[in-house]
Design a protein around this ligand. Structure first.
Ligand code: NCD
Length: 475
């Protein structure tokens, strides 16, 4: 059985089949019965997501165990997430529905359990089941998702529903997306990267011309604690308040994952009675959608689109051994490792990631002339051949460096280190809201995807926040 942590875990065909199944269930298709157990573990507040998931499980004849909020659970005694999850698996859970405040929590859960996990929201990161029901609602109302013009309005920085929705919309063609947000709540760039349609940015709803207005609540709970956060919330929470006058004469569907915030209502109640108001149907669709999802999981109908693991490699370069005199001036190493073609000024960083202190034996030439770059640094270690781990560290800070292994005054081997597609336990995720961040004490290991080798770009395996080469921090 496969987990649903990100909408990217499943294919477009699987998304469409779940949506069609959900629409049939809404029209009265008979609900099958499964003798299974759903563990519904909600560490954060929820009405719609939790109730509709549990209601769907009940309709399918499943037992539901779990908690809604951590009060009264051992989480309050300081229990790590992994222990709680393993307990529920031990109590017979076939599927876990998890909502957790830390980003990457659901991916971590899926990693350590051998039962599927449904991500019902991991902090401000993702919310894929909301995306499925959003796409179901759009399909129900408009017949198809392709070709639509959609505006996402409000808190695009912290709103997990819109992050997931953008990922989902990437699988449809010819989408025009309007991102309407104040500067301080703009969508983080990595969510919109490689969007195949057109993207426009705006500050005001009046600027957009769309088929769907997808409103969101300003996620007050994600703002920094204290008076600064309070002040910022106060400023931005008044900006978007949709009233009937904006919709007059327009065939625009209004969506909202709900809840609305009653003290600064972002969709006026007067909109509720208009044909434009889709958000109540949208919320109700949650039950049918989650029933279809649970059923497809219990029947093993969806399989995770897992990226293939590509191991690290050594890219061999041809060896040219210069006459002895030249060798002596360039290398001054008879045996050992010489790291060449380090960008000028970066040699110190290479020494530092290898934790070479002043007492160790090393050669370091800075800012010398180079045929490849104008100036370069060179670092060498007499009588020492670097381990695979050390070579990976060098490749992380200087991916273009050339490694020379020297034996008996001859370059025995020369090449570049190609990193594996997943890096385990070397790079630290610097996102303080990530499940791996050390102050959370959740014991999730550090793990990164290599998104691109040239230029080097990594992304945390759990929270998916990218990190460029210059910002990589090693363990
Ligand atoms: C959303 C959530 O929890 O991310 N609600 C939901 O699941 N329907 C949006 C929100 O809380 O604003």
């Amino acid at each position: 059985m496969c987990s649903l942590v990100s909408i990217n875990d499943i294919s477009r065909a699987e998304i469409l089949s779940i949506i069609n199944d959900a629409l049939e269930r809404k029209k009265g298709k008979k609900t099958e019965q499964f003798p299974g157990v759903l563990a519904s573990l909600f560490y954060e507040s929820s009405t719609r997501t939790r109730e509709s998931t549990e209601c769907a499980a009940h309709r399918l004849g499943m037992h539901v165990i779990g908690f809604s909020g951590i009060e009264g659970t051992s989480v309050q005694k300081g229990e790590p997430l992994a222990d709680t999850l393993r307990m529920y698996r031990g109590f017979g859970a076939n599927i876990i529905a998890l909502r957790h405040p830390l980003e990457g929590a659901a991916r971590y859960a899926a990693d350590i359990l051998n039962i599927p996990v449904i991500n019902c929201g991991d902090g401000s990161n993702l919310h894929p089941t909301q995306t499925l029901l959003d796409l179901m609602t759009i399909t129900e109302k408009r017949g198809s998702v392709d070709g639509l013009r959609i505006a996402l309005v409000g808190d695009l920085k912290y709103g997990r529903t819109v992050h997931s929705l953008v990922a989902g919309l990437k699988m449809f063609s010819n989408i025009t997306l309007w991102l309407v947000a104040p500067d301080s709540l703009k969508m983080p760039a990595h969510f919109i990267e490689h969007f195949p349609g057109t993207i426009y940015h705006a500050h005001d709803i009046a600027e957009v011309d769309v088929d769907i207005l997808y409103m969101t609540r300003i996620q007050r709970e994600r703002f920094p604690q204290g008076p600064d956060g309070e002040l910022e919330f106060d400023k931005v929470s008044r900006i978007y308040q949709l009233t009937p006058s904006v919709l007059e004469g327009k065939n625009v569907g209004v969506m909202h994952p709900l809840p609305r915030y009653k003290h600064r209502i972002e969709i006026s109640l007067a909109v509720d009675s208009l044909h434009n108001a889709w958000y109540i149907d949208q919320a109700e669709n949650g039950v049918f959608l989650r029933e279809a999802l649970l059923s497809s999981m219990m029947l093993n109908k969806i399989s995770r689109r897992k990226k293939e693991f590509i191991p690290g490699a050594w890219k061999e370069l041809s060896v040219k051994n210069y006459p002895k005199e030249a060798q002596e001036t360039i290398y001054r190493i008879d045996n050992g490792t010489l790291i060449d073609h380090i960008h000028a000024g970066k040699g110190k960083e290479v020494l530092s990631v290898l934790q070479i202190d002043a007492a160790a034996k090393f050669v370091y030439a800075s800012n010398i002339s180079s045929k490849v770059y104008e100036r370069k640094d060179v670092v060498g270690f007499p009588d020492r051949e670097l381990t695979e781990m050390e070579l990976s560290k060098v490749a992380l800070v200087e991916p273009d460096a050339t490694i020379n292994i020297i034996r008996d005054k001859q370059v025995y081997k020369k090449g570049k280190v190609v990193l594996p597609s997943i890096i385990d336990g070397l790079v630290i995720c610097q996102n303080p809201r990530c499940i791996t961040y050390k102050t959370h004490n959740e014991f999730a290991p550090q793990k990164f995807h290599v998104v691109s080798h040239d230029p080097l770009l990594l992304a945390c395996y759990y929270c998916e926040v990218p990190v460029e080469r210059e910002k990589i921090k090693l363990e």
